[in-house]
Design a protein around this ligand. Sequence first.
Ligand code: GLU
Length: 415
Amino acid sequence: MCGIIGYIGSEKASPILLKGMINLEYRGYDSAGMAVLSSKGIECRKGAGKIEEINKRLNFLDLDGNIGIAHNRWATHGGVNDINAHPHFDCTKTIAIVHNGIIENYKELREALSDHKFESETDSEIIAHLIEEELKRGLSFEEAFINAISQLEGSYAVLAIKAGEEKILAARKGSPLVVGIADHGIFLSSDIPSFLEWTKKVVYLHDYDVVIADKSGIRIYNLIEGEVSRPVDTVEWDAEQIKKGGFEHYMLKEILEQTETIQRAIQQDESIVNRIVDEIKKAYGIFFVGCGSSYHACLTGSYLFSKIAKTHVNVVLASEFENYEHFLTENTLVFAVSQSGETADVLEAVRAAKRHGSKVIGIVNRMGSSLTRESDEFLLMNAGPEICVLSTKTYTSQVALMTLLAYALAGKYED
Ligand code: GLU
């Protein structure tokens, strides 16, 4: 998890970024930092610990400028300390990056740049140095960024800024990143709640998308497809829904929302449910695949399918799915279950199923997520934003949907 957020627009960036970082806190983190671009160049503040404490110590709001990037780190490579906190810079200190994910080939890439001076132990810092190296060849910032990103293996959501360039460059593969479009500027963030109080207009990015955001708008270039355009959607959630609303914890709030969310989960378009039931009847071999709480919903679902519809379902933890790949054929039906629709192991399972020509049905909460795009058909949980990391209302929505499917399969949809 962890999170990144960038802002470019007419407002001062640091208060917006600080609020965005706080809004992303629910994803978990151990360090945080911010870099803001102004006519003076790039200024950065970062450290290990809680955002509130770091802010007291370093005062993020001192940073002036309308363009900035920020990061909540959850360390994967290198200890939790001030130096390893993001943003990271190149040798010239004119390029700053933030990164979520894991760069698997960072060691080889670092070895190839042996004349560069690295300050942190992170895998992420390599990105700033790769851009620097490409710039030395006389390329533009955009070209250098694209060439640098193309060398990365692993998962990434990356934001980059450069002194003297009024833009933010962004890219994603295997880690979430969405664009928010407000009247006063553009957001690039791991998750919608971070900017929901400024805008509900979002552009969902696909893997390998590179975004060039400047004060006039965004352009998207896909590393495989070239120049692409992505639709602007309006999210139905509002800023109120992501507030604690007087509750001590999000978990408590979300538990109490279940009387409504379970109702909403089963209010589905009957024609989609019927299409899925037809697929289940045609299938030779059905898998329910998920991680964590979604996996537990799958276990309950297999019981419900057996008990209510006398139908056998195989339940597999998404991270183990590759061990079952040899069972997949064109007649297999795979249900992929994920709240966010971005769970990496679930998406890997979906891609494995597609490789074998199997049909994929998504059960997902987030419209516009990778799972909604990559499934052949999907049912939305309609649970609204689940901010608490521990699943409550989306778990019960998943079970409610599986109950609905089991009854529909048994010919008792009206029950
Ligand atoms: N792998 C990077 C690091 O350890 C990024 C971790 C994250 O996603 O926060 O710094």
